[in-house]
Write a protein that binds this ligand. Structure first.
Ligand SMILES: C[S@@+](CC[C@H](N)C(=O)[O-])C[C@H]1O[C@@H](n2cnc3c(N)ncnc32)[C@H](O)[C@@H]1O
Length: 262
């Protein structure tokens, strides 16, 4: 185990995915360099903002589903800048005292997270690297609100596409093996059917790796877990409960799944 995560220095001249994503969601916490990349990518893929909104809608629906099943604690990994409704708002609509810990490495996300701490009990934020499950789950700020002896909902939304599939599998397995049975895992990625379009998106933001994972990757990552209906699905269809990957009929879409540790 090393001394802790390497938190990158804030450099407003370099785009950060947290702030680029914030722009796509209509947020104001971004700099000119972020806006330039975000706008370029949205121009290359006019469906992009819809994909991002579908992802947020999926996260809210999955959180509500977990809370309705009695899960009262949520670990949001790579949580990003605040998006409304947030994970704690979605969870607390079902379980009013649900506890949530937000985890991110981005400095602007960290500033927001610190402000969140002042907003009431049951919320925490940790500056940590989600690719180190052992360190994240032992982080003092995580342990302030997440009881490791009780089932939790671990959210990996729109983050696993920054990792190659073997690393993503290791990360999912790292959390799945450490949480107690009955815990939930929520995963989503931006997926491209159109490989040329995916390449163009990568070229528009070369400093941010972006892997194109598909349903077969999800199947491998979630092996040994029980898929929550409707299974691996395009996000809008997951929300509707009539999930299906094929035919999605779009060059790119949000692919997602929710699973429970038996
Ligand atoms: C595309 S945003 C997704 C935000 C949110 N999860 C959602 O689905 O709306 C990805 C976020 O993951 C964060 N991130 C990327 N790699 C990370 C890592 N290794 N550890 C912690 N956070 C990370 C970024 O800083 C960014 O805020």
């Amino acid at each position: 185990m090393t001394s802790g995560p390497e938190i990158p220095e804030l450099d407003s001249s370099r785009p950060s995915i947290a702030r680029v994503y914030d722009w796509w969601l209509g947020g104001k916490d971004n700099f000119a360099a972020d806006r330039a990349v975000a706008a370029r990518m949205a121009k290359i893929n006019p469906a992009l903002v819809g994909m991002v909104r579908d992802n947020r809608a999926f996260v809210r629906a999955a959180v509500a589903r977990a809370a309705s099943a009695g899960i009262g604690q949520f670990l949001d990994l790579g949580s990003g800048l605040p998006a409304r409704p947030s994970v704690h708002e979605a969870a607390r609509a079902v379980i009013p005292d649900a506890r949530v810990c937000y985890v991110d490495l981005d400095q602007v996300a960290a500033v927001h997270a610190r402000a969140l701490l002042a907003s009431g009990p049951g919320l925490a934020a940790a500056e940590a690297d989600l690719t180190r499950p052992g360190e994240v789950l032992a982080h003092p700020d995580v342990l302030r609100v997440i009881d490791p002896h009780r089932p939790a909902c671990v959210i990996l939304a729109a983050v696993l596409h920054f990792l190659d599939t073997a690393s993503a599998r290791e990360v999912v397995a790292g959390y799945a093996s450490r949480v107690v049975p009955g815990s939930w895992l929520v995963v989503s990625v931006g997926h491209y059917e159109d490989l040329a379009l995916h390449e163009k998106m990568c070229a528009a933001f070369p400093s941010q790796p972006y892997y194109n994972h598909g349903a077969a990757d999800f199947t491998a990552w979630l092996e040994g877990l029980e898929l929550v209906p409707p299974g691996i699905s395009e996000a809008k269809r997951w929300i509707l409960g009539a999930g299906s990957v094929e035919p999605a009929g779009q060059p790119g879409y949000t692919l997602c799944a929710v699973a429970v540790k038996p």
